[in-house]
Design a protein around this ligand. Structure first.
Ligand code: FAD
Length: 461
């Protein structure tokens, strides 16, 4: 097989996209515009049989494999150089069983696809907070979102999965079928096979929820975060919040005079009756002197896409992740010192509040371990493709400096927030030694040759 001839994948019905294909550049692009990899072939699958055919083909030709779901991983692991991309982006179907309250979701679906179909029945499951993020990668890493404190992580709602193994076999993983694999899939990332279908449990949500952000001036950060710490400690499980520190994004719903003003925001979603949400959020909205309060009854499906335009495809991104046991005074001071030192108005830091149902699942029930931490933090450097290397260097420097300052207070990291320069020691940090070793044993059983290694890799024991 060479890169120059048309590639034939036996038994494959999807599109085979090589470097000569007019769609090649579009097909190899991922969300993070700073990732520029040139696969030898992109196998855009139409179904599970295509995924199996692509795995067989890759093994027969000893090809490097990358697996693409939504293509959002900041490290760009959905694409590889000179290998095959098993691309599930055309497999986005979602079907809902409203009686069983489950959704069958194909392996390339985005969260917008899931919310669209499930909300048609007034149902939802915990998913990513940007609608163009992939279901597969989010789920395999654990899955955090607005609903997690009420309904658990995304993996806590996973009922079963259809998996194409490293041998190209199609198997089912659930509490009863291959339970070791099912345990590993719930947090262990894309290490154990290609997931062609997920089945999730659904819950009644909305369709209207009390949701939106409250913005305060950056100068008020310490006071706001100290108040927020006490506020969320007493918050009901229905309330999901994410703090965002950066400049106010230039969204149409926000007054122009506030665009790009440095600010600390608490974005909220109350997954219960609107009147209850109004009550639950009252104290937060009354705190200090908000620059803007956009909390209002909102369709859940709209809230789920409200942040989409702040992180579009094609901009350049670099992340550092850290988990925080609690927002101590010291952590708050460090956050206030570093958050606004960035030179780019698009860079920001986000702090997700966990607890509730997430923390009630035993640590060893799934491969997602840091359930007992209070917050997941992501420091996100953002710059535009046309900006030169000085901007890139200074934004990456900002994220690293911020992270180093928080490092002594960090209690692990969410595996889905790791970037390409986070090495194996950080992957181990994400799981803890005991879980990492258990994952390594299961890896040795299902993928002993580490065929699936373009990911946050678990090395076979
Ligand atoms: C804008 C943005 C918002 C985000 N918000 C959230 C959030 O709210 N909650 C949250 O938990 N995370 C969030 N994340 C992080 C997210 O969990 C990861 O980026 C995740 O990897 C994205 O999944 P994907 O399918 O889009 O990624 P991809 O880049 O397609 O895949 C990432 C990796 O997952 C594996 N993989 C993908 N598809 C499959 C499959 N079908 N079978 C087997 N392995 C597969 C592969 O190893 C692949 O390398 C966000 C990321 C971004 C960029």
């Amino acid at each position: 097989m060479t890169g120059r001839t048309t590639i034939h994948i036996p038994g494959f019905r999807g599109d085979v996209i090589g470097p000569q294909h007019p769609g090649y550049d579009g097909a190899r692009a991922v969300w993070n515009g700073s990732v520029d990899r040139r696969p030898r072939v992109i196998a855009r699958c139409r179904g599970t049989a295509d995924v199996a055919a692509a795995v067989h083909f890759a093994r027969d030709h000893d090809l490097e494999i990358a697996v693409r779901g939504g293509g959002h991983n900041v490290a760009g692991t959905a694409v590889c150089d000179d290998g095959i991309v098993i691309d599930l982006s055309a497999m986005r179907a979602v079907s809902v069983d409203p009686v069983e309250r489950t959704a069958l979701v194909h392996g390339g679906a985005l969260w917008g696809d899931v919310d669209h179909e499930t909300q048609a029945h007034g149902l939802a499951t915990t998913g990513g907070i940007v609608s163009h993020t992939g279901v597969a990668g989010v789920t395999l890493g654990g899955g955090i979102g607005w609903l997690m404190r009420k309904h658990g992580l995304t993996i806590d709602n996973l009922v079963d999965a259809e998996v194409v193994t490293a041998e190209g076999e199609i198997i089912r993983a659930s509490a009863h079928d291959h339970p070791d694999l099912f345990w590993a899939l719930r947090g262990g990332g894309g290490n154990f096979g290609v997931i062609s279908r997920f089945r999730f449990a659904l819950h009644p949500v909305g369709p209207t929820v009390m949701a939106g952000p409250v913005f305060w001036a950056a100068e008020d950060t310490i006071d706001v975060l100290r108040f927020y710490r006490e506020f969320v400690a007493a918050a009901p499980d229905e309330l999901g919040t994410v703090v965002r520190l950066g400049t106010i994004p230039p969204l149409p719903v926000i007054g122009r005079e506030l665009h790009f003003r440095p600010s600390v925001a608490a974005a909220c979603c109350y997954a219960g009756p609107v009147e209850e949400g109004e009550q639950a959020l009252r104290a937060l909205r009354r705190f200090g002197n908000p620059l803007a309060d956009l909390v209002t009854p909102t369709r859940y499906v709209d809230h789920q896409s409200g942040l989409d335009d702040t992180v579009p495809h094609g901009w350049h991104y670099y992340w550092k992740g850290a988990s925080l046991s609690q927002l101590s005074d010291e952590v708050i001071d460090l956050v206030a010192q570093h958050a606004y030192r960035t030179g780019s108005p698009r860079s920001y830091a986000a702090i997700f509040h966990l607890g509730g149902a997430v923390a009630r699942v035993p640590r060893d029930a799934t491969a997602s371990t840091s359930r007992d931490v209070g917050h997941y933090m992501s420091i996100d450097a953002v710059w535009l493709p046309e900006q030169d290397d000085t901007v890139r260097t200074s934004e990456i420097g900002w994220a690293r400096g911020f992270f180093q300052a928080l490092r002594p207070h960090s209690a692990g990291v969410y595996v889905n927030f790791l970037d390409s320069d986070d090495d194996i020691s950080r992957v181990r940090e994400a799981y803890g030694d005991d879980t990492y070793l258990r994952l390594a044993e299961i890896k040795a059983k299902y993928d002993p040759e580490n065929v699936f290694h373009n990911n946050k890799n678990i090395q076979p024991a």
